[in-house]
Every structure is written in C-alpha cells, then in structure tokens.
Write a protein that binds this ligand. Structure first.
Ligand code: BTN
Length: 260
C-alpha cells in the first residue's frame, strides 16, 4: 500500500480527499485536527503504521508497519443526518461486515463496534466528534482492520481473542486498497439509509451473541446481564433479563462479553 496506489483505487469514488502517512501517531488525531480546520466531508487519513494508535476505553491500538488497514473517515453531517448520529457506529460496522461478506466470510458485529470472525475480533472502530458550541461539527470514524497476521497483538495485550483476514483467507486476502474501496462503497450506500429501519435491521441481522447470555460493563458500574434480543431504533442494544423484561443498553464506554 502506498499513496499512489491508494489514490488510484479511490479515484473510482468522487470527492474523496486523502492524507497518507507511512507512519503516524494516530490517524484519528490527524483527522480530528484536519476536521477542526475545515476538512471536507469524506476526507480520509490513512497510515501504514500507527505508533500511538488509540482504541476505545483509553486502550492502545496495535498497528505495526505493513500489517493493517488503519484509517479515519471525516464526516460532516447534514441537518437531516444529525438526529441519527447514534447510528454512525453501526453504519461503519455494517459497511465493514458487508465488505467482508463479499470475500466469502461470515462476520458478526459485537455491539457496539467490533467485528468478529469465527468469534474473534478482527476490527475495532472508534468514533470521535468535533464540537462547535452545542452542535457536532464533524465526526471522525477511526477503523482498524486486522489484515495480515502481524496486525494481531500478542496474547498478553488482548482483552478479547483476535484474528486477521489473512488467518481466515490465506492467499486470498485482498490488498488493503481493495478492502478500503469495498468498505467505502458499502459505507456510501448505507449512509443514505441513516435513520431508517432498514439500516437497523441489516445491523441487527449481523449481531453477534443473539439469543445468548452476555454481560455488559460500563465504567465502574455493576455489569448488566441478559440475553441479546436485538436493537432499538437508535441502535441501542436490547437485552432480556431473567424475568423476560427488556433492558436497554445505551451507547457509551461499554464493553460486552459472552457469559461462558
Ligand atoms: C477499539 O476496538 O478499541 C477501537 C480501535 C480503533 C482503532 C482505529 S485504527 C485507525 C484509527 N486511529 C486510531 O488511533 N484508532 C482508530
């Protein structure tokens, strides 16, 4: 992957501006700074290596050179999209999952924003916002896709079992430029459906652990347990408790685990 091959692939999509780095701290940091100084909608920051890659819950994100697809997409929401921004993480997860399916894989979305292949994490998504007063000015969607085996962190760094596309597809692993183009293609499609039931249903169809007992933790609060039932219209997770009552888990710094 290099700047010219990326630009060549992305020339198939109109109006995409790209900043490419052989090595960077975090593509999300660069994208947040670019967004704050007026980047256009659908601008992308992408790097071959991140030295300070950031994950959710203040975790580090491992991106060694030549191993992963690490990029950040800047969105400038329209007035019509603004009420539905809570679905952005699902939109991103669904786009990546759909692109994986085109390669013959069966990805599942671990709510809110990880993608699992055979029960192991292969993608992480970190959505951050740039505010203008009380309004969201722009969103940065950071996506880290484990493409080659070297992108999988050592076991002692892992919170959850992880895998890569290469472990699943071997020689058939697509080039990172092709994966990016495929993800963006799905993203443009599903973005038109932001706020619709169609997007929620497509996201829900790919939800991991449906019908299974899970535990959701938010910060230091006691974990919430229940069986995964589905999604609410804003993308919140619906569990069923022991008495078959619905328990709604809203977005935030939450982590979900299956109960053995
Ligand atoms: C997570 O699962 O904790 C989210 C990981 C998000 C990683 C991506 S890689 C590209 C972008 N730049 C970052 O520093 N983080 C995101």
């Amino acid at each position: 992957m290099n700047e010219s091959s990326l630009k060549k692939h992305l020339s198939k999509i109109n109006n995409i501006e790209l900043r490419y780095f052989d090595s960077i701290g975090s593509t999300n940091d660069e994208a947040l700074a670019w967004a704050a100084t007026g980047a256009n909608d659908l601008s992308i920051v992408i790097a071959d290596e991140q030295t300070q890659g950031r994950g959710r819950l203040n975790r580090r994100w491992f991106t060694p050179k030549g191993s992963a697809l690490a990029f950040s997409l800047i969105l400038r929401p329209t007035a019509a999209q603004r009420p539905h921004l809570s679905q952005t993480v699902g939109l991103a997860a669904l786009s990546i999952a759909e692109s994986f399916s085109r390669n013959g894989l069966s990805p599942q979305i671990k709510w809110p924003n990880d993608i699992l292949l055979h029960g192991k994490k292969s993608v992480g998504i970190l959505v951050e916002s740039v505010w203008s007063g009380e309004d969201i000015d722009s969103l940065v969607i950071g996506m880290g896709i484990n493409v080659y085996k070297d992108s999988v962190p050592p076991a002692d760094m892992l919170q959850f079992p992880a895998t890569s596309l290469e472990e699943m597809l071997g020689q058939k692993t697509p080039k990172r430029e092709e994966i990016l183009l495929n993800v963006l293609d799905s993203f443009m499609h599903w973005r038109e459906h932001l706020g619709t039931n169609e997007l929620i249903l497509a996201w829900e169809e790919r939800l991991a652990f449906r019908g299974k007992q899970v535990e959701v933790k938010a910060g230091n609060e006691s974990p919430i347990s229940g069986v995964v039932d589905g999604l609410e219209s804003d993308g919140s997770l619906r569990l069923k408790d022991l008495h078959d009552n619905s328990v709604i888990v809203r977005f935030g710094d939450v982590s979900l685990r299956p109960v053995a």
